[in-house]
Design a protein around this ligand. Structure first.
Ligand code: RRO
Length: 289
């Protein structure tokens, strides 16, 4: 496989973890980093201070239907710890910081803290966390989304960044999002998609599958592939940014579909969560074979 570039990142393999899966603790990040079959590592989305996340059970997997629902609630060890890990890790592959600001003040603080750090290359800014109760997703509110991007671009200067976007279901809205994105020179890549928000299911006992937020959470797994592909295709054709495809990948053929729709690299979420780190080898083999 040929190396690919995602913003300023050069990946010798176009496949890595989705933020949130196997990347919260430093030990997990080390495992991803040392795995021969990952082309990069992205950290769990980070906040200014460490967070425990939501009460458990906060993740559910339906093996029969092959989908997951999560309301993890941003458990993370705090942004500085991830920055520390990136700085101390020898970079034979890109180590990407994911940042999930909980407010405009947090955004300013987090962006300023890494703006001059040369080890933090094109971080992935998550403006699509579906699970913080009482806080709407920034990427669903176009004026606020525009303001966040303006602030990032201002404070970052020439430094590039990626955007983790939610799925869009309305073409007019995604066209507006593309207009905002196309107006920013320093946004270098887009990751499509985060989990599909507001999913809900009941277990056999007819109680919600997860405890937080009355059982509502983000949907992942095989069934979101067509939604991910439609977003990848739309953002690939309506912007000039590098696209990282994320969503619904359970086999090598799914990676080919993401690439055919315009992705340059892909991230693995639910399948990695369920199958562990050896999943990368299987997916790479299936993709190449
Ligand atoms: O931690 C979470 O609840 C979470 C995040 Br930040 C996200 O971006 N996407 C998701 O499905 N869960």
């Amino acid at each position: 496989m040929e190396p690919v570039t995602i913003g300023r990142h050069v990946l010798t393999l176009p496949i890595y973890n989705a933020s949130g899966v196997h990347c919260t603790e430093k030990g997990q990040l080390d495992e991803l980093y040392h795995c021969k079959y990952t082309g990069a590592v992205v950290t769990k989305s980070s906040t200014v201070y460490a967070r425990e996340g939501n009460p458990k059970p906060r993740y559910y997997f339906d093996a029969h239907r092959s989908y997951s629902i999560n309301s993890s609630g941003l458990p993370n060890i705090g942004m500085n710890k991830y920055v520390e890990w990136i700085c101390e890790t020898r970079r034979i592959k890109p180590c990407i910081l994911s940042v999930a600001p909980l407010s405009l003040d947090d955004l300013k603080h987090q962006i300023t803290a890494v703006a001059d750090n040369v080890a933090i290359i094109d971080p992935e800014i998550n403006l699509s966390c579906p699970n913080i109760v009482g806080r709407p997703q920034v990427a669903y509110d176009i004026p606020i989304f525009e303001e966040y991007n303006r602030i990032i671009a201002e404070r970052f200067g020439e430094k590039g960044y990626g955007l983790k976007l939610p799925p869009y279901f309305d073409t007019t809205i995604s066209d507006n999002v593309c207009d905002v994105i196309n107006a920013i020179n320093t946004n270098s890549y887009i990751t499509c998609i985060n989990s599909v928000p507001n999913a809900f299911d009941l277990c056999d006992e007819l109680v919600p599958t997860i405890a937080p937020n009355s059982g509502f959470g983000g949907l992942g797994g095989r069934c979101i592939l067509p939604i991910a592909l439609s977003n990848v295709r739309r953002f690939a054709s309506s912007t000039k940014k590098d696209i990282v495809g994320c969503g619904g990948i359970t086999q090598g053929g799914d990676i080919k579909k993401h690439f055919a729709c315009g992705a340059k690299a892909v991230q693995i979420g639910t399948s990695l969560y369920e199958n562990g780190i050896n999943d990368f080898r299987r997916l790479c083999d299936e993709f190449v074979g």
